[in-house]
Design a protein. Sequence first.
Length: 166
Amino acid sequence: MNLNLPGDWQLGLEISRVVFLVLDLVLFLGVVYFWRRGLKMRPVFTWKVATQERHQMLQSDPKVQAAWKAVKAKLGTNPPASYVLTIIEADTFVDDILKRLGLVGETMMERLNQLEAKEFFSLEDLRRVHRIRNALVHRPGFSITENQAVEMMEIYEKFLDELGLV
């Protein structure tokens, strides 16, 4: 870059430019280095640590088990409409449990995404069942069979069992 300055000034500007470019590079590499080291040192947040007291309260609450039994009892009361209504109620029940455990988010899927698959073996199945429930609610004409409804209820129950609530 030539600004038509006397030679000493021009040389000084070129040296300053190189120094600042090197300084920028060093600072950028320093930020990346310390950011990566910080990631290794950050605390591990799991749902078990954050919600242990709430979880114990839910485990000792007999109303939770009674409410789940009431949801399960509706499965075969008025087929095939009862299949859809029972799945919707079961999904709402599990979502309420997630909220009571302190998981935040606008939707159930946001709350489910806060959980670790290594902590819950049925988590992927629960996500799949929740997507089916969403299809039941939002897609006209979408329906399920009795076998599918029973399988979905088993997945909800398996998740609740992993939580130690049923």
